[in-house]
Each structure stands twice: as structure tokens, then as C-alpha cells.
Write a protein that binds this ligand. Sequence first.
Ligand code: NAD
Length: 354
Amino acid sequence: MKNYKIAVLKGDGIGPEIVNEAIKVLDAVADKEGFNLEYNEYLIGGSAVDVFDNPCPDETIKGCLNSDAVLFGSIGGPKWDNLPKEKRPETGLLKLRKSLGLFANIRPAIIFDELVNASTLKPEVIKGVDLEVVRELTGGIYFGEPREKTENVAFNTMIYTREEIERIAEVAFEEAMKRKRKVTSVDKANVLEVSELWREVVEEVHKRYPLVELEHMYVDNAAMQLIRNPKQFDVILTGNIFGDILSDEASMIVGSIGLLPSASIGGKVGLFEPIHGSAPDIAGQGIANPIATILSAAMMLNFLGEENGAKRIQNAIKEVLAKGYRTKDIASFDAKEVVTTEEMGSLIAEHASK
Ligand code: NAD
């Protein structure tokens, strides 16, 4: 029987609640599909600060590197907000991504027909949306040096090398080949030199993917087009800061931030996590939506080559939603029953093991 080692990083806030439900579903699927998942837990974020005085201890990085994949919850919360920058939970996550070489973040936004009413946009605009944001994750302005803040002036550096652009563009074109074969590269080439290079390199990489259609779009236009007509997009390729903003925008097309999964790849192991944070405002209340994390677990199974298991999870979620079960964040007038985090996890696990 195939055995996969999964590093589990539950993190803070709602992290443990939602990851527990994803594990419940994974176990149900593993049982049916005949593979085994071996989980090892490590601390990250605020909970690691509390124990090790370090938001990303070496033991956590080592544990992840010795695994086949990482399942991640969320980090952060008001308890750790006033710590110095190097001890903040968010710094821990950035360090983890960098240490694992995770330069590509893939964020699909698929609308479930059952949830068209959960979005603030009109049903005819969002029905059938199926897009994916491929965001560069370890470069750009978030990491650029020099950076400095003095009393009266502060600056950051937006920097990309040819190699960094090339490898993220390859990920986007490869994704497009598995999908509808269109890449929209988003930049600000009318203003930024770094975007001029971005465009040049993306065009070069495109030559190796003649079957994929490539278009370029300025980020301000992309932000507008995402709301105007999201169905025009297949794969959106973009840098770190633009991708950060656009993927959160894309989440609201889908209805709730609690529905969007992500995969971070590029290194030896992939990391799979919901796009939302630790939601301290609802932590411990049993109302967090576990679907983003459960869909992240499905992406993890795809990454491990267990495509049937991934399909089982996606179908189970569709069936549960079609029956009218909703967590509080997606409960609209069409909800037949509002369920807790744990109930939603159990329902999906039950349907996935049919
Ligand atoms: P957030 O994503 O945690 O929450 C934003 C809003 O969405 C809140 O109202 C929250 O209740 C709701 N929400 C989020 N996930 C939900 C879910 N699964 N089900 C239902 N509702 C959900 O963002 P925030 O409030 O800006 O940040 C809170 C903390 O999370 C901060 O410390 C921040 O730094 C951290 N954060 C962590 C990550 C990560 O772990 N990758 C990402 C973003 C923010």
C-alpha cells in the first residue's frame, strides 16, 4: 500500500479546527482509494512563538522537508501582533515558504453552481467561472532589498530576475495546458521597468507553448475585468504583490474566502493551505468554513498523484452543497441547514467515502 508522509501545520486561530476536518476527509478517501497517510504535526506561527520563541523553528522546516507534502492551516492573531517583526507569525510563514523553495502559488477560483447566490456579484456574471491565479511567491517587492524606513521616508524595492520570471511563467503555461489553454499575464509595464522585463521573459517562455494563447493586461485593468467579466480568464500569471491582491479579489467572486484553496509549489515538497487567515474573530466558535482547507487537501492529493482521491473530495463537496448544507459564511436564503465546522467536515467525509 502506498504511504505518504504529510507534515501537518495547524497554526493559530481557526487553523486547528479546519485542518482537523481536512484530515477527517483525507482519511475517509485514503481508506476507499487504498493508500495510507502518515501525519506528523509541527508548530508554526504564534503557537510556535509561544513554545519556541520562534515563529518558524528549524524542527518545523526539517519536518516539512522530510515529508511528501505539507498541509497548512493558518497563522496569526492579535496576541502576537505587537511582537518585533522577526517574531511575528507572518514572518514565520514567509520564512517557511522561502526555506522550502515554494516560488509558485496556485489559487483556483471555481464557482460551485450551488453557491451562485453566496457571491455579491450577479449570478449571470459568475456562473461557470473557473480561473486560476498563478502568483510568484518568493520574490518581488515583499522580498526586495534594499528596504528601509526612517522617520520621514521609507522605501521598498520591486525586483525580479530573468530566472525568477521564467520559472513562474513555466508553471503558468503548464497549468494552462491542463486547462483552457489561455494565460493572462498581469503587470504594470506602462510604468514599471520590472514589468517590462516581466513581459519580455513571459513572451520568450510563451514560444515554447504555442498551443497556449497569451495576453498581457495591466493590473488596474485586471482588477476591473475580474469583476466585470471573470469568465474571460483561465490562468492569470502575476507577480507577488499583484497576485496577493487579485487572488483576494477573486475570492469574493466565489462568495466566501472560506472556499478558496491554494497550492504552493516549486521545491521538493508542496504546501497546501486555504487562502484565508486565522480568522481570530470566529476562532473557537465552530462556525469556520472548512471547505477551503478540504479543497486544499484535494489539491495535495492531485500533487501526490492520487487524482481519484482528489475527485472524490470535489464531488463530495458538490453533493453536500447540493443538499443545502451551509456553514454560516455561505448561508443564504437557499440554505436548508446551517451546520458547524465539524458537521460540514463529517458530511463531506461521509460523501467522499461512498
Ligand atoms: P482572515 O482571512 O483571517 O479573515 C478575514 C475575514 O474572513 C474575517 O471576517 C473572518 O472571520 C473571515 N473568514 C476567514 N476564513 C474563514 C473561514 N474559513 N470561514 C468563515 N469565515 C472566514 O484575515 P484577517 O482578519 O485580515 O487576518 C487575521 C489574521 O490572519 C492576521 O493575524 C493575519 O496576519 C493572518 N493571516 C494569515 C494568513 C495565512 O495563514 N496564510 C493569511 C492571511 C492573514
